[in-house]
Design a protein around this ligand. Structure first.
Ligand SMILES: [Zn+2]
Length: 146
């Protein structure tokens, strides 16, 4: 297996403000902009590999869409969910096809080896399996395990 390559930048303040504007209320722990992963010091050590995996899934999405089409599709989804479905910014953040793919597969550390190109579009535009509360339960179980 090829070790994933990325440059990690600790940016607690930046992430706080970034996530204020993107709907996660200052709670974002990591962000991906290939080849950089921005992280904070508030990540539980048990969750770290899964968060990194989440961001690496975003890398794959960004690269295959040349960033622009992923961004364009996220903007269309944002407009649709906030404008027509009356969702909050936070609900919209979770339901984006690219976040659904990342949250749905981040706990499977082998996922990227078998991922098909454009999975966020092929699988997650209509199918939105990730419910935030279930994610939080899973995260809590992992953090509490030794
Ligand atoms: Zn994400």
């Amino acid at each position: 297996m090829r070790k994933p390559w990325y440059i990690e930048i600790k940016a607690t303040k930046f992430l706080y403000w970034y996530s204020k504007f993107t709907g996660t209320h200052g709670g974002a722990k990591m962000a991906a902009f290939y080849p950089f992963i921005f992280t904070t010091s508030e990540i539980h050590p048990n969750m770290r590999p899964y968060f990194i995996n989440h961001e690496l899934i975003h890398f794959a999405q960004q690269l295959e869409t040349l960033f622009f089409f992923n961004w364009l599709w996220m903007s269309i989804e944002s407009g649709y969910y906030t404008g027509f479905k009356n969702m909050t910014l936070f609900e919209t953040y979770v339901i984006h096809a690219s976040e659904q793919e990342a949250y749905d597969n981040m706990f499977n550390l082998e996922y990227l080896q078998s991922r098909k190109h454009f999975s966020q579009f092929r699988k997650y535009i209509k199918n939105k399996p990730v419910i935030w509360t279930e994610y939080l339960d899973k995260k809590q179980k992992i953090e509490e395990s030794i």
